[in-house]
Write a protein of this length. Sequence first.
Length: 316
Amino acid sequence: VPLGMFGATDAESLAALVPGAVKKDTNNWAPRVGFAWSPRSQNRLLGDGLTVFRGGFGLGYDVLFYNLLTVNASNYPRIATLTQANVADLYPNIVSGGASPVFNALNTWVNSAQDTENPDSRFYSLSMQRQVGLYVFEVGYSGSRGYKGINQVEMNPAILTDAQAATVRATLNPASIPGFQARRMIPQFGSRVTIPAYVGPGGNDVEARSDYTAVYVSANRRFANGLQFGGSYTYSRWYSNNDASLGESGTDAASQRAQDQFNYEAEWGRSVYDRPHRLTVNYLWEIPGPKDGVLGAIIGGWQVSGVTSGQSGRPF
């Protein structure tokens, strides 16, 4: 945990639903294992040392980005004060007050859960590659699953009961129900936002997760007679229940807060990063021309090369 995440330590804050400091996360074991096997049999399809099977699995971790420290630090001091400096009494009703700190449980707190852990990803792959003359063909599968992502969860949400909703429908007047603060789970406390969170206000699972799976095919021609080219196509699916926590670039189509803090499962669906189809082609052509003399030095040895790619658009 970088620098030790800020958190409440005083009894007054802890009693007002403010979490304590984040504990150290010391079990980030990140193993990797892989294999490559080339059959040496005389089988015309798999043998002759021209076929390779590869696979692997790994576990990795992301960092707790430092914006979280800024968010946590913005809660200090957790008191309200009034300071007057160089104020001339020109009006009959000048504001009055002192600089004595007053704890206000209705203030908003934004903290990280005490059991915050580094986001992790488990990635895996399996492929088969075959050489046929100048060509190399490959078909494979790859995927990854992410856990403990950075999300935002309101731990003291306002609740609209069925009876209150019925009143609004009957009166067509939203003022017919109590105000936002009065409808909070614990009305004597203000907003309590946790970034990230794994357990929601109803004791429900709110862990941010993702799932990516893909199959791909590729074909490449080795360089010969001044020509080399290749291409690959990937068909994939990327699902998640949370794409970002602070409105980072590219996630503007996804809300940083769940629609229902008590039903986080409803957030599971296509990620804003989902790109089901992706095609990439690469090519290199050595332009024929003289190789010797003055002309060879000027117009010989030129090549045309490039990479062309296309992919599906954003899902939203």
